[in-house]
Design a protein around this ligand. Structure first.
Ligand SMILES: *Cc1c(COP(=O)(O)O)cnc(C)c1O
Length: 379
């Protein structure tokens, strides 16, 4: 028997590339209406937020994004080897051993200090190239980047480094999608102050960017030349309070099937730890997806959609299964499709809702569906 013909297990992640294309259209239209010069960086780190880096990168390239932003060298090389020629912005911090590869694969490297710029320039010269780099500024997030009030002299030094071209300068918001924009504005002010300082000393950096999805939606005064859009392209808004663009829809759904139906009599328990006891006769559906697939490890909390209706979770979550109450969905049968995350009829389980069960954020929910769930692409 050919293992390539193995049936897919009855639990999977569905990626709708049509919706992804629609989201790019909607984002591009919104961008063009508000700021015609503004360009897009598609942030595709962590396997494109769990959607699959290569297929998503192909769509991003077709949608005309100016850069694809990634965090690990492996992610960048994977896209280059898949034939993606879009400029790649490699964010985060590089170890010296990674720098020759940045030159070799024509990556645009984000640099946080003079030493890395010098090493990068050295490797570029050896390869007969000039390495493009973007300088990261810490404007208050205190993760990567040169501190805003000490950056100017360091950038002057970097600008004199042979073998490199300072193509961009960037910073990152710690809080751009909440109603209170006080700190985001403070960060913006610090960034702008530094840019003015640089301009006075004759350093004009062509590409300036500070916005993530939240900043793109809510802080048009911070758009500069490029915006780095991650979550929004996948149809999930970064928070419940940020601006909504109509037409944006979630690209990812998670689905399964009813694998077994278990009748309960009064007093019967469900699952490890006997966390649920039936107080009336119930019908329980067993769904073959568990915390080993990234389903949050909740107890008697959460729900799935079957035939467009909610079936609440009962008991705990096992590694490979959850149990839901289908007493109120009498027509539900074995092998019916089950929506774990996504839309079914008029109801929807959003990444934000799953995040609440998980006591986490939508970003974490998207990237946490494990690779043992097959990815099914709707072309
Ligand atoms: C992840 C990331 C982004 C994208 O953020 P979203 O909120 O997903 O749009 C932008 N910039 C940096 C530096 C990031 O790490």
């Amino acid at each position: 028997m050919l293992t390539s013909h193995l049936p897919l297990r009855p639990a999977w992640v569905e990626i709708d590339l049509d919706i992804l294309r629609m989201n790019y259209d909607v984002i591009n239209t919104d961008r063009a209406e508000r700021a015609p010069q503004l360009k897009l960086i598609s942030v595709l780190k962590d396997d494109a937020y769990g959607h699959g880096a290569v297929p998503v990168a192909r769509e991003a390239a077709k949608a005309g994004v100016s850069f694809i932003a990634l965090v690990t060298l492996q992610e960048a090389v994977t896209l280059r080897e898949a034939g993606i020629e879009t400029p790649i912005l490699l964010m985060g911090e590089r170890e010296p051993a990674e720098l020759p590869y940045c030159v070799d694969f024509n990556l645009t490297t984000v640099v946080n200090d003079v030493e890395t710029a010098r090493l990068l320039g050295g490797f570029a010269i050896k390869a007969g190239k000039r390495a493009p780099l973007h300088i990261k500024i810490n404007s208050g997030m205190s993760r990567f980047g040169l501190r805003w009030d000490q950056a100017a002299p360091v950038i002057q030094e970097i600008s004199r480094t042979p073998g490199i071209v300072i193509e961009g300068i960037l910073s990152h918001f710690a809080m751009s999608d909440e109603l209170d924009k006080t700190f985001a504005r403070k960060q913006l002010e610090r960034f702008m102050h530094l840019l003015a300082e640089l301009q006075k000393s004759g350093i004009d950096i062509p590409l300036r960017h500070i916005c993530n999805s939240g900043g793109f939606l809510d802080l048009s005064e911070a758009h500069f030349d490029l915006v780095r859009v991650g979550l929004l392209q996948f149809g999930v808004f970064p928070s419940q309070v940020c601006r909504r663009i109509p037409g944006i829809a979630p690209v990812m759904s998670v689905k399964s099937r009813i694998a077994f139906i278990q009748p309960l009599e009064v007093g019967d328990c469900v699952g490890y730890g006997m966390r649920y006891t039936a107080t009336s006769p119930r019908r329980i559906a067993v769904i073959p997806i568990g915390y080993g697939d990234g389903f949050p490890r909740v107890r008697n909390e959460g729900a799935v959609l079957i035939r467009g209706r909610r079936a609440p979770l009962v008991g705990g979550v096992s590694m490979d299964a959850i149990t839901v109450d289908i007493t109120d969905i009498p027509d539900a049968c074995r092998w019916d499709e089950v929506v774990i995350m996504g839309r079914d009829g008029s109801d929807e389980i959003t990444a934000h809702e799953v995040a609440q069960w998980k006591k986490s954020v939508s970003y974490d929910v998207l990237v946490s569906w494990r690779s043992r769930l097959p990815r099914v692409y709707k072309p």
